[in-house]
Design a binder for this molecule. Structure first.
Ligand code: SUG
Length: 448
């Protein structure tokens, strides 16, 4: 049976702002407390979805989470009505308020790890929402992600939903940003490749010195067990700690794979040649197309600045392979020169399309961060909630919705503005109707 990679992009929420919340994510720190433009951010994301949809890539949408997250502020001891809660949080703990306002659920590569039915022992699609323990502002996404995924993929005959991993930092999990699948055609059983930054009892020389590592081996192995993957078809690899210290906070900042192609930087992993050999052996050595970028071709600092490896590597219905890259790759002369050589050389990749996603990029989120890949058969696709699958009509409705509700200028100081809360809630209320999702947000349930 044929299977498709459906890209579920995060719709950028109306609270998109630059909080400087992610230590180790260079862009987030660099743009801390500058003005954002939520309207432009959402339109840039929608333009990418539309463009890929028009090329025949199946495209879905994951709605933004409810922000501000009043429920979390209540759990942290803030009380009164919603506005009183926001105002006292702003006075007493502005950093916590910012965390409860972030639109970070837009980076759906971190929403969950997904294993297609071709890889799992029970032949169902398995989902584990990421606990995102590495950062407070992201850890509060797990509950909303669980709810949204269960709503969209609700048929238990086809979909299995696990709880986010328990246990705190030992099981710190950042989802699909550290997970790649190689396969010969999406429908065939594949190799699932898990990348982690640390493991229990790791010697100090195997750990980054400057920035945190966000994914653990213990989390990755737990997911491979939960998803009932064949141990012969799974590869675990450690991220190079020096790469983490250079700003590679997720593996999708330094490598990207699709089907039989692996595009990676030579300093991505601890003992990169060994990792590649294991992938090749478990796949079919002669069938992998390896595109290794050496430090001398693109220094790691340029890879991080341009987000080259956060490109989406996609197979179109006519079987051609394209890269969807951030516009920063076109602007970086070293990276642009490399790309020009790549597409005119021997590789299968013959086209690169550069996208302006600057609003998201300023928080360290490129094209691949904005999407969760879900490989589905036609039958499984029919079992998804259809309201979130993008078509021309939905694209137009969402564009109008953004135009109507979103601000074009937002600063972290604006977050306790009472008008903003009203605007957000009107927007999210309308959105659940457009996507026919029912009352998924807490404020909607409280209104009833
Ligand atoms: O987790 N940035 C996100 C970016 C996530 C990128 N995702 C992938 N690489 N897959 C993060 O660091 C910054 C928010 C702020 O500073 O306001 C932020 O959360």
């Amino acid at each position: 049976m044929e299977a498709f990679e459906v890209n579920f992009d995060g719709l950028v929420g109306p609270t998109h702002n630059y909080g400087g919340l992610s230590f180790g994510n260079l862009s987030s720190s660099k743009h801390a407390l500058s003005f954002s433009n939520p309207k432009e951010a959402a339109k840039q994301g929608l333009a990418k979805m539309k463009w890929l949809g028009d090329l025949g890539i199946r495209q879905g949408i994951l709605p933004p989470h409810e922000r501000p997250d009043i429920a979390t502020l209540k759990k942290l001891g803030f009380s009164g009505n919603d506005m009183q809660i926001l105002q006292s949080a702003q006075q007493q703990a502005p950093a916590i308020l910012m965390a409860c306002f972030t639109a970070s659920s837009m980076w759906t590569a971190n929403a969950a790890t997904v294993s297609p039915s071709a890889d799992t022992a029970d032949h169902k699609v398995h989902f584990t929402p990421a606990n995102l323990y590495g950062n407070f502002h992201r850890s509060i996404e797990a509950e909303g992600t669980s709810k949204i995924l269960r709503t969209i993929f609700h048929d238990e005959d086809y979909f299995v939903h696990h709880a986010p991993l328990p246990g705190g930092s030992i099981f710190s999990d950042e989802g699909a940003a550290n997970h790649t699948r190689f396969s010969q055609g999406h429908h065939n059983p594949g190799i699932e490749f898990f990348v982690y930054g640390r493991f229990l009892e790791a010697p100090p020389n195997r750990l980054p010195q400057k920035f945190p590592s966000r994914q653990t081996l213990e989390a990755s192995t737990a997911i491979s067990r939960l998803h009932r993957l064949n141990p012969e078809k799974v590869v675990f690899a450690q991220q190079n700690p020096d790469a983490i210290d250079a700003g590679v906070f997720h593996n999708d900042v330094i490598s990207v794979g699709n089907q039989n192609i692996f595009f990676f930087h030579s300093s991505a992993f601890v003992e990169t040649p060994h990792v590649i050999r294991e992938i090749q052996q478990k796949f079919h050595p002669e069938e992998m197309e390896l595109i290794e970028v050496m430090e001398a071709q693109i220094p790691i600092a340029d890879a991080v600045q341009s987000y080259l490896f956060n490109s989406q590597l996609l197979t179109l219905p006519d079987r051609t392979t394209i890269l969807v890259s951030p516009i920063e790759c076109q602007e970086n002369p070293v990276v642009k020169k490399y790309m020009d050589q790549l597409i005119t050389g021997n590789s299968t990749i013959k086209t690169v399309h550069y996208f302006d996603l600057r609003q998201s990029m300023k928080n360290g989120g490129g094209p691949a961060c904005l999407r969760l890949r879900v490989v589905l058969t036609e039958k499984e696709l029919q079992k998804c909630h259809p309201g979130v699958l993008l078509n021309q009509h939905l694209y137009e409705r969402l564009t109008l919705w953004v135009e109507k509700h979103y601000r074009d200028r937002l600063h972290p100081d604006d977050l306790a503005d009472p008008l903003l809360l009203e605007e957000i809630r009107r927007a999210l209320d309308d959105l659940t109707q457009i996507l026919q999702l029912g009352s998924i947000y807490t404020f909607q349930q409280e209104k009833k």
